[in-house]
Design a protein around this ligand. Sequence first.
Ligand SMILES: [Fe+2]
Length: 373
Amino acid sequence: MLSREENELLTRVEGDAPAGRMMCRYWFPALLAEELAPGAAVPVRMLGRELVARRGTDGAARVGAAPTREAGGLIWTYLGPADLEPPFPAFDWTALPREQLATFKFVERANYLQVVEGGLDSGHTLYLHRGFGDQKFSQEELARRAISSDLSPRFEAEDTAYGIRFAMIRTPTVDPERTKYVKITAFVFPSTCIFGRPVSSSSPTSVQIFVPIDDGHTMHYTVLFSVNGRPLDQATVRRELCVERGINLDQEYRPLAREENWWGQDRALMKRGDWTGIAGFPMQDVAVQESMGAIVDRTREHLGTTDIPIIRFRRRFIESIKRCERGEPPVGLDVPVPYERLRTEQRVIGIDEPWQQVGAFAGEFVPPEVRTG
Ligand SMILES: [Fe+2]
């Protein structure tokens, strides 16, 4: 539970709000690379600001007058003070050839913190996304279900140089007395969620980036990237996940599934065994995150043990805002972060082994006493 003041501090990004000022210190995606054809100009609203992205006929993309980079199928920009521009977050997937990436985005009518907390709530995947009704399970889903059917995950989380990292720990079906199934998620400040690499190497890894548009709206970017070098078919990915512009999304990337039509929930599909009756994982998330209202009143919430990553995130986010207010670098910008080496995994390990060994490397964890601020 938060105080009213803490909830305001964490959720407000427009104007001179401290969280908005802190987030301006980082690079963010401004649009999908494909949105900007040579010679085109596209309006962009992010962090409460109105901007215009342009691409010259010679291919150079710019967002307003701000520093701009094109990488990983996205156009990124930095809106903070020129003398404090941080290194570009050069994640491994930003260097992949375009055909090994699939990207999409959509607008959520919810504050960014609600969307972030959805990303941090790994447990919801076991329930919200469990039912496919008439659809077949993916190879990846079948592989994960074969490892464990445990629906009561435990969570552990810790601070890292780049933000936080946490483990969802479940009891495996085979050898449950001596092993545990660990899935790692890395949250890179201020808004990138890197989910555990898939069990099946033929499935892509998923990264989500949540960009505040204003206090009540968030642009939700997803990048899927190949881990075995095989190309991904972006059109198929978008069709299967129900995030096609002009079909599931309007021209401004707003989902047609929305509160007014109860997010397209199909009760007949639910009768046939579908958990939500809503087509596609992304729109299932949208329904849950938007139906709470644009900004949740967190003075009335009751957090449980599966909310450990959310509690850790909020603490670290407030720390980052306060550091910024004191004139110190916010989280992730005080020490060099080896973005290109950040890995997440999911696998079964010995029951007494530390979860930190899954997807870990020595530079990832920075003990609190080493951190500044
Ligand atoms: Fe989800």
